[in-house]
Every structure is written in structure tokens, then in C-alpha cells.
Design a protein around this ligand. Sequence first.
Ligand code: GDP
Length: 301
Amino acid sequence: ARRGWRDRLAGSGFARGLASIFKRHPVLDEAFLDELETCLLTADVGVATTTAIVDELRRRVGKREFAEAGALLDALRAELVARLKPVEQPLDVGAGGRKPFVILTVGVNGVGKTTTIGKLAHRYKGEFRSVLLAAGDTFRAAAVEQLQTWGTRNAVSVIAQGSGADSASVIFDALQTARSRGTDVLIADTAGRLHTQGGLMDELAKIRRVLGKLDPEAPHEVLLVIDGTTGQNAISQVRTFREAIGVTGLVVTKLDGTAKGGVVFALAREFGLPIRYVGLGERATDLRVFDAAAFVDGLLP
Ligand code: GDP
């Protein structure tokens, strides 16, 4: 499983940057530490985390603790993993025997929300759970079609209404259907048009209210999907959604290929919200349960 992470992450700008530093600086000197600092900052790890890590390594280099680059690499790995370990909290959709376990998926357009829902449907089906999808992004006809494609591919039904339908009503309808069918997991899509932010947040609040009428504990998970290539922008998105409807878990997508993957560290430090899954590619199997050590290993040379 670890190997898969490396295959997907090694080509990312962040991993290539790190590899290049270790290659060009066999001697652990100030130039090495300087470049490492720049690399972490460029990848959007954040100033506080970068400074703390580089200062600690500098202190240990000064005490000649590392005989060679390999030893420093191990220390760097440990520092990075320690920062992500607290947010490695997998989502257990079987918890508490809720039927259905309701996942409300939120996020702005283009982050990979619909794709993530499709991948989740694939995953849960693979765990022998019954899944129902709710096409709550009623604003974009393409989103409904895309969800239906994933549904057909995974033999999962999709509850949808005509375009322009009320999102809360589609999701309410889906929860009723899921209950009557004894479905294990209901995954609801929502709109993500940011230019009408007030309207979007009102709509999400309404969905929460309406679901609560059928099940006071629903949604059991509010999963915010974040695009890992947007760097610091991701931070403000988490803040916005957290304040507007509450967020219980994150998915960070598109970490394959990006030079900005360090944002995962910034998110962990800033919010401490569980990172449930990360997207390492476009295939169904490329959505991985977040594993701090596997992620860091995938980034390091
Ligand atoms: P939505 O508007 O948030 O629903 O976004 P989509 O699900 O339509 O995804 C937007 C684009 O991002 C699509 O081309 C997806 O294939 C792509 N995408 C989603 N997740 C990932 C990922 O983890 N890695 C890569 N490389 N592409 C992804």
C-alpha cells in the first residue's frame, strides 16, 4: 500500500523539489538547510511549521548528530509525520450502526467533489456496503450527469430531480429512500458556486435543518473537499465552510502532481480537522484513506 503512495506522489512538484535538494547537497551545511526551508515554504507548508522543523534540524546539524544525509532524512521524516499524525483519523461509516450513515459533501466547484463522491461510492461498495447517492448539486446539470455516470459504473442508485430543483428537497428525498431501503451509506452532493456565497451557505444550512427533521444526528459527517493545488487558498475555504455549516472531516484532492502539497501540513496545524481521505489521481482507487507516514514517505526521496 505504501508503494502506491510513492508512485502517485513522486512526480509531484513538492517531492521533486525535495529530491533535488538531497541530490545536490551531499554535505549537510547551511546551504542545504536554506534550500530545504525555501522548498517547504514554496510547497505551502506554512511559515510556523517550516521554521520549527528547519530550526530543529539546524540545531541537530550543529551538534553533528547526523553523520550523513540519510540520518537527516530520517529526522525530517519524523518531524513531518509528527505534524500529520493528529489529523490521521479515518472515517468509520459503520460507527454506531447508523442506517444510513449520512455524508454531506461540500466544497467549491472544481475541487473534485463529484469525483470524490464517485470514488467513495466505489470504496464503500467494495466493502460490501449498500450506497445511495443524492444529486444535491441541482445548479449544474453536468454535476447530476457526472454523478449518474459514477452511479451506473458502480451499480449505485442516484436520487435526482430536474435541474433547478431544491437541493434540500432532493437530499431529504434521498434520506427517506435510503431509510426505506435500509441503505448503509448515503452520500449527498451539494452545490459549490462561490460567487453567491451567501446563497450557498443558506442552502447548506437548510439542508442540515431538513435532514435533522428525519434524523436529528444527520448528517453524521460533513466532508469538505479541498483542492490540494490551491495552496493557501484552501485555508480560507476551510474557514468559510467551518463557520457556515461546521465541518467534521476533510478530503484533500489532486495531491498527485502538485507543487503545493505542503498545504496538508498547514491545514493540520491551522484547524486540526481530521483528514479522512486524499486524492492521488483520477481513478476510483486513487482516493486513499489518509495515512500520515505513507504520505510523508511518498514525498521524501
Ligand atoms: P467538482 O466541480 O468539485 O465536482 O469537481 P470534479 O469532481 O468535476 O473534478 C474536477 C476535475 O478534477 C476532474 O477533471 C477530476 O478528474 C479531477 N480530479 C479530482 N480529484 C483528483 C485527484 O485526486 N487527482 C487528479 N489528478 N485529478 C483529480
